[in-house]
Each structure stands twice: as C-alpha cells, then as structure tokens.
Design a protein around this ligand. Structure first.
Ligand SMILES: *[C@@H]1O[C@H](CO)[C@@H](O)[C@H](O)[C@H]1NC(C)=O
Ligand SMILES: [Zn+2]
Ligand SMILES: [Zn+2]
Length: 182
C-alpha cells in the first residue's frame, strides 16, 4: 500500500513544479508586456501617477495618506483584501533612478506604509511590502506596494510579489540604496 501511493505523489509533485514554472513564465511575460505598453510615461512625458499625487486631473483621487513627500492610496487592482501603493510626489521612474541620497525618502515611504497598515489592524511584519524592479514594473513612477493577507493572493500574484529579481522587499531596497554612491 505505501508503495502504491508513492508514485502518484511524485507525479503530483512533478506536475506542480512544471505548473509553477509555466505560470511564472506567463506572469513574467504579462508584466513585461504591461510595462512596454506604458513606457511612454518615462522621460518627463505625461505621468498618470504624478497627476494623481498632485491632484492635477480628473475626479479628486481618494488619498488615504498625504504628506509633503508622498501619498498612499488603494491599488486599482488589489491582489488581496488590503493592497495600497505609496508613491513619492516627485517623479522617479523606479528604484533604478535612485541613489544613496534617496534612502531617507524610501525609509519614510516604508515607515508611512507600515503605520498606515497598522491603522488598518494589519501587522506590517505579516504584509508584503516592496517594489517591482524594471523592466517588471507596471507603471513608470516609483511605487511601494503594501499587501495583506498573502493568503488572499492568487498564484500568479504570489509569483509577481515574491522576493526575486523582479520584486524587492522594502528593507532590501533600503540596504541596496545605502550601498550605492551619492
Ligand atoms: C543622486 O541623486 C541626486 C538627487 O536626485 C542627484 O542630484 C545626484 O546627481 C545623483 N547622483 C548620481 C551619482 O547619480
Ligand atoms: Zn510620475
Ligand atoms: Zn508594482
């Protein structure tokens, strides 16, 4: 009996791994495609997030938090019950555009996100807080994700938001910036 149940289990594990690899690829490709279609936002061109942060256009945005430096609002396509974005008012394409002089800004954005999550009765240690890395960014304006609970997330989103070469947790991003030149 134990021998009989072993091989289907193995097969299941193999199928699971194959599925994981396949899904990962699909997610990467879809993130990449999304990036290419929105790349016009770079180089001082029109940026939706800049307009949003400065309340420049359209209906007044619903901002959960606003400081002189950054705003926090709900993600339009939430990956879980709680999914917020913190974006600086100043335009930066992504983490790649930052250097050591921006460590303070990123720390304060992270701190703001953590405080906001706490105000929603979310333990920030249990949340996913981090940045996508180019070219896997959906919008070319630096944005910090805060997501909870991870258990709510679809399989594709778990891959999209897992620490990897396409997603960096905020504390790793800060360590990385601290190591850069001014
Ligand atoms: C670092 O960022 C600051 C502020 O944006 C900028 O003035 C400076 O030139 C940057 N340094 C490098 C090496 O890019
Ligand atoms: Zn912008
Ligand atoms: Zn993102």
């Amino acid at each position: 009996m134990p021998n009989q149940s072993k091989s289907p289990m193995k097969r299941k594990a193999k199928m699971y791994i194959a599925g994981l690899a396949g899904l990962g690829l699909i997610v990467l490709v879809s993130i990449y495609n999304c990036t290419s279609s929105e790349s016009r936002q770079a180089n001082g061109q029109k940026c939706f997030f800049c307009d949003f942060a400065h309340r420049r256009q359209g209906p007044p945005p619903v901002l959960e938090v606003e400081t002189a430096e950054y705003v926090i609002f709900k993600d339009k396509y939430p990956a879980a019950k709680h999914h917020y974005l913190a974006i600086p008012k100043e335009h930066f394409d992504s983490l790649k555009a930052l250097n050591k002089s921006h460590v303070g800004l990123v720390r304060r954005m992270e701190q703001g996100m953590m405080e906001f999550l706490r105000s929603k009765d979310v333990d920030p240690k249990e949340a996913i807080v981090g940045f996508h890395l180019p070219p896997f960014i959906s919008v070319r304006h630096l944005h910090l994700h805060g997501i909870y609970p991870p258990a709510d997330m679809s399989f594709g989103n778990r891959i999209s938001f897992m620490p990897s070469f396409w997603f960096k947790k905020s504390n790793d991003a800060i360590l990385d910036l601290e190591g850069r030149d001014l």
